[in-house]
Design a protein around this ligand. Structure first.
Ligand SMILES: [Zn+2]
Length: 339
């Protein structure tokens, strides 16, 4: 190489296949958009109404908490953690939350999570901050299609089982395939102001995986994740890891969130995207994962780097059944780039 260098790296391609991942980052908004109600009519609670949905109001009142204090579960939980007189309460809250989330079941109809899981491939990753099991349940019922993304859970998840002896990760309630003992529950990282992502081997490992994907990513989609001020540590980790990819001037940065959040979100992430590559959608069905499922980055890079736009695109449409969705997805085989 001479002195010539590009201000960004070009995508990594081997044998005409793109190697760089498209990484989706999910927050509560994604689960609410995908499964507003579960199979039995239950909802994913927001932190402001979690005490009501989980039936914890009376218990919290008995400890002297006001209605106003209960509405900020994050602050409330933060304040009781590690305080001796609240140790029983802390345990009760943790158990109630886990039991509730564990009971949630993905509806039988095709959900946005089915489309999402199938819109990415095995080089890609979905990093979710959600505790609910919907994404994992969607993954399971689409697994036969094959070539699916890696799932990463940096706040823990009720659907994931762990074997500490064999260092295996699998589905909660299943047996570890190595030692045949039942999996342990994956710990949930509860909302506390100062999160320490490095004091727990499982959570720390999830972050290592997340950081690795982000540092190699050539496309990011942030779906229903507001990057709350209370979790500044997660936001910084995501940002710093993605900066290492050194590709932001040509990589798409998409945000899917409520229209009312557009300006705030745009500003929040502005440090790590190029204006020309920024896309905002108020619905998953307007995102590039919907318009070019499984080949979202290939599609874009062929057009902007090779100036060889693909002749036709297989966009998602609304399918009535999972079988129809699977049949459609199996027709998407255009993984080779024009390069
Ligand atoms: Zn084991």
């Amino acid at each position: 190489m001479g002195s010539f260098s590009l201000p960004y790296r070009i995508p990594s391609i081997s044998k005409k296949r793109l190697l760089d991942p498209h990484v989706a980052i999910l927050g509560a908004g994604a689960s609410i958009a995908s499964c507003p109600f579960d199979k039995n009519g239950n909802t994913v609670p927001a932190l402001s109404n979690i005490h009501k949905i989980l039936g914890l109001t009376d218990k919290l009142q008995s400890y002297g908490f006001s209605e106003k204090e209960m509405e900020n579960f994050e602050l409330l939980f933060s304040n009781i953690v590690g305080v001796a007189k609240y140790s029983d309460l802390q345990k009760d809250l943790e158990i109630a939350v886990r039991d509730y989330f564990q009971s949630l079941q993905i509806p039988d109809v095709v959900t946005l999570y089915d489309y999402l899981v199938l819109s990415l491939t095995e080089k890609d990753a979905i990093i979710t901050f959600n505790w609910d099991p919907f994404l994992l349940q969607a993954y399971l019922r689409n697994i036969k299609v094959g070539n699916l993304p890696q799932l990463v859970f940096p706040h823990g998840n009720v659907g994931v089982g762990i074997c500490y002896d064999c260092k295996n990760k699998g589905y909660a309630k299943y047996l570890c395939p190595s030692c045949m003992k039942p999996f342990n529950d994956m710990p949930l990282l509860f909302p506390i102001h100062k999160k320490n992502y490095y004091d727990n081997s499982i959570i720390e490992n999830e972050w290592e995986v997340a950081k690795d994907y982000l540092s190699r990513a050539a496309g990011i989609t942030v779906f229903g994740y507001g990057a709350p001020e209370t979790d500044i540590e997660a936001y910084n980790l995501l940002k710093e890891s993605y900066k290492k990819s050194n590709i932001t001037t040509i990589a798409p940065f998409s945000i899917i969130n409520l229209k009312s959040e557009e300006e705030t979100q745009k500003k929040k992430w502005s440090e790590i995207y190029d204006d020309r590559m920024f896309l905002f959608s108020s619905s998953f069905k307007e995102s590039i994962l919907w318009t070019s499922p499984r080949v979202s980055l290939e599609h874009l890079f062929d057009a902007i780097l090779q100036q060889q736009p693909r002749s036709h695109t297989k966009s998602y449409r609304d399918f009535e059944t999972l079988e129809e969705l699977h049949n459609f997805v199996q027709t998407i085989t255009e993984f080779e780039m024009a390069i």
